[in-house]
Design a protein around this ligand. Structure first.
Ligand code: NAG
Ligand code: NAG
Ligand code: NAG
Length: 413
């Protein structure tokens, strides 16, 4: 899997920085203390490939998705409620959500390495004269806003707001000529309303009257031009594939088209997702700028308990879940309300295998954070247990994005 390759590279690179004679001792000490620290928070049920009697051989792969949220030492958010880009429903500090001041201070500690908090000033300097595009749904926008707010605090100079290459919005930090953009797309592929015609096509013959036409081989216009524009790209798709409120299986089903013709027999949404990824991933590989660094972000988990969003479900927790609670809520076997998080990932991993994308795996770390959604502070009729408070955990997603980006750019690959 691509993520395994990447994390190994990261670790090799870190290890070679250290001086040789001290290295085994230092790393053993370091590893032991992290292990001891983590073991206070993790339960015995987490089987480990590590044991105190048989230290692993170094360099060991660092799996950033394997770790724990620790309250101390606290993470210090780079920005606060005054960042203008924070959508009102995500501004949990301004909405007085009771745990808002503390939720962004939990720190993700991977088991075998550190995930440092990225330095916005350093990022602005290191990525001057380049361009970062987020392509995806509102969860990618949440991550984009987090990055914007962090960079804004470090770049007091003028910022140009504009809409290049189909973007919903973009900001250029003029002092650094660094642009970050958000391209809105729910399914990656183009889609729109479809109605039966009197001509009696294949779908009409099967009895379809209304639905959404999804062209699996056509990228949505909001990002088709983005590939020529950006040096760094971060994609996601997921939530809309399991959203029967819009794509109702009987009243307004997804109807997949390829080369302009309906796919017969019609596909289920999960099969359609496979087909879309099968076309969009090579499209990106072929059309991205030479040397572009491409990420695919894994699925952001929701935390509805006691029903789905439209059934009175809520997320009232004020601290991260335990390992057991995470498994209870997300294991595919339990088929709970939020099961789609891991299901979407199965599709993504399958489609990305062998590609040049770096997988930005934020799913498992985020599964713990039932406390970090706006919930009733989101200002909607129902609890928002899908998006994230800002400042919040998408700040940590950006830490990981930038860590992996730096190791890709500075590394040998
Ligand atoms: C949050 O609390 C502050 C201070 O008590 C208050 O001024 C403000 O109106 C509250 N905001 C909301 C959205 O309730
Ligand atoms: C600004 O950065 C872009 C790449 O994002 C580059 O094409 C352009 O030449 C840069 N402009 C200046 C004035 O350096
Ligand atoms: C999972 O649960 C949903 C209803 O909540 C049901 O429609 C679906 O068939 C279940 N899937 C499996 C694999 O059991």
């Amino acid at each position: 899997m691509a993520s395994g390759r990447v994390t190994r590279e990261v670790n090799e690179q870190q290890s070679t920085k250290k001086k040789v004679p001290l290295f085994p001792l230092l790393s053993l000490l370091c590893f032991t203390s992290i292990f001891l620290l983590l073991s206070q928070y993790r339960t015995a049920s987490t089987s480990t490939s590590t044991s105190t009697s048989a230290p692993p051989t170094f360099p060991a792969a660092c799996d950033y998705s394997d770790g724990a949220w620790l309250p101390r030492p606290a993470r210090t958010p780079a920005y606060d409620r005054t960042c203008k880009e924070i959508f009102k429903g995500w501004n949990c500090l301004a909405a007085n959500k009771s745990n808002a001041p503390s939720l962004a201070t939990w720190r993700w500690q991977p088991r075998r390495c550190d995930l440092p908090q990225f330095d916005p000033a350093l990022f602005l300097r290191a990525r001057a004269h380049s361009s970062v595009g987020f392509v995806g749904d509102s969860l990618n926008r949440n991550m984009f806003v987090s990055l914007f707010c962090a960079l804004k605090t470090a770049s007091p100079g003028p910022v140009r707001k504009w809409r290049p290459a189909g973007a919903d919005r973009a900001f250029t930090f003029l002092a650094y000529n660094l642009t970050i953009a958000y391209h809105r797309t729910n399914l990656l592929s183009r889609y729109g309303r479809w109605s039966a015609t009197d001509d009696g096509g294949a779908l009409e013959t099967l009895g379809f009257r209304e639905g959404f036409r999804v062209d699996v081989d056509v990228p949505e216009s909001t990002w088709a031009q983005a590939l020529r524009f950006h040096d760094i790209l971060i994609f996601n798709t997921g939530h809309w594939w399991w959203a029967p409120s819009k794509f109702d299986p009987t009243k307004s089903p997804m109807l997949f088209f390829k080369k302009g013709q309906p796919v017969i027999p019609p596909l289920r949404p999960d099969q359609g997702l496979d087909m879309v990824l099968e076309h969009m991933i090579p499209y990106v590989e072929e059309n991205a700028r030479p040397g572009a660094v491409k990420f695919f972000r894994t699925q952001s988990p929701r935390h509805f308990e006691g029903g789905d969003w439209d059934q009175g479900g809520s997320c009232q927790r004020d601290r991260p879940l335990s390992v057991e609670q995470v498994e209870e809520l997300f294991s595919v076997r339990n088929n709970g309300t939020n099961v789609e998080a891991r299901l979407v990932n199965e599709h993504l991993y399958k489609a990305l295998k062998g590609s040049s994308f770096i997988i930005l795996d934020i799913t498992h770390m985020s599964e713990f954070r039932a406390d970090a959604h706006p919930a009733s502070a989101g200002g909607k009729k129902h609890d928002d247990c899908m998006h994230w408070c800002l400042p919040g955990i998408t700040d940590t997603w950006n830490d990981l994005f930038i860590e992996l980006l730096n190791s890709k750019i500075n590394g040998r690959s």
